[in-house]
Design a protein around this ligand. Structure first.
Ligand code: PLP
Length: 283
């Protein structure tokens, strides 16, 4: 039986139901994180927790406990579910209170829920590459907050799926923003390009790691607006996320990217990312 974190307690899945009046349930009034687990260890945990706390601050949501306490419980979750390779999902909502759009009183504590599940690394997709569609970005103007409100992402992903594609790469006007569940990079004339962090994208933890790896390896990398036409004509395209790591994109709409196979820069960055994972495991 799966074990879930409900606030302070580790409980069995059957005992972990949501309250009808939970604001996450009624308004999507909350935030979340997805953290990779490799070899039983959460990867880039501090970075994820920094972003979690930032998201909370940005929507004036008070953490109900110290970070160390929450981390202890999350580790307990990994152990209880015997997760080797997987993910932790953790969310925090503005608590349980009779439905009203106004914030509840300060005395209402945030509700924290987390689960840890096994999930293999997407090896076949990473070797072969995936396809994507380009779609208009319909989201709000605070995409930097990892909010529970994912309806536009859900709709974009479903459109991609109907088109037989893996990801939906979103754009505002001519500018590429990000995927429905990933950040987007292209390689043009040997330079790695990615949309700058702003309110229009989620500042991905994997994205930041990739930028760091590019710098460490001396590969030219520039954060600037990428136009849809540039993406379609790029030598290489790849997406990054906690779940996908470094995922080559070999077709966008009807356009084959490069020669239709994952390109050399993407391959090298995949290897560098693998080393970062192995390095974290060695610490
Ligand atoms: C919209 C969006 N952008 C980017 C990312 C990648 O972020 P991270 O690398 O922190 O997983 C995600 C991850 O789910 C996402 O949902």
């Amino acid at each position: 039986m799966e074990t879930i974190l409900r606030n302070r307690d580790l409980v069995s899945r059957d005992d972990a139901s949501a309250d009808l009046e939970d604001r996450g349930y009624q308004f999507g009034d909350g935030i979340y994180e997805v953290i990779r687990v490799y070899d039983g260890e959460p990867f880039l945990l501090d970075e994820h927790m920094d972003r979690f706390e930032r998201s909370a601050r940005e929507i004036s949501l008070k953490m109900p406990c110290e970070r160390a306490e929450l981390l202890g419980r999350m580790r307990g979750l990994i152990a209880a579910n015997e997760i080797a390779t997987g993910t932790i999902y953790v969310q925090m909502t503005r608590g349980v209170h009779p439905r009203s759009q106004m914030f509840p009183p300060d005395s209402v504590p945030a509700e924290v829920t987390a689960f840890a599940r096994p999930l293999d690394r997407p090896g076949a997709e990473q070797r072969n590459g995936v396809s994507a569609i380009l779609t208009a970005d319909m989201r709000w103007l605070r995409c930097d907050i990892k909010s529970l409100n994912l309806l536009p992402n859900v709709l974009a992903r479903q459109t991609a799926r109907k088109a037989g594609c893996y990801e939906a790469i979103q754009h505002r006007g001519e500018a590429v923003t990000e995927g429905a569940f990933s950040n987007v990079f292209i390689v043009a004339e040997g330079v790695v390009l990615t949309t700058p962090a702003s309110n229009l994208i989620l500042s991905g933890i994997t994205r930041a790691k990739l930028l760091e790896l590019c710098e460490a390896c001396g590969w030219p990398v520039v954060e600037r607006t990428v136009a849809c036409q540039e993406l379609l004509g790029a030598e290489e395209v790849f997406i990054t996320s906690t779940v996908n790591e470094v995922m080559p994109v070999v077709r966008v709409n009807d356009q084959t990217i490069g020669n239709g196979e994952p390109g050399p820069v993407t391959r090298n960055l995949q290897k560098a990312f693998d080393r970062a994972i192995d390095g974290a495991a060695d610490v």
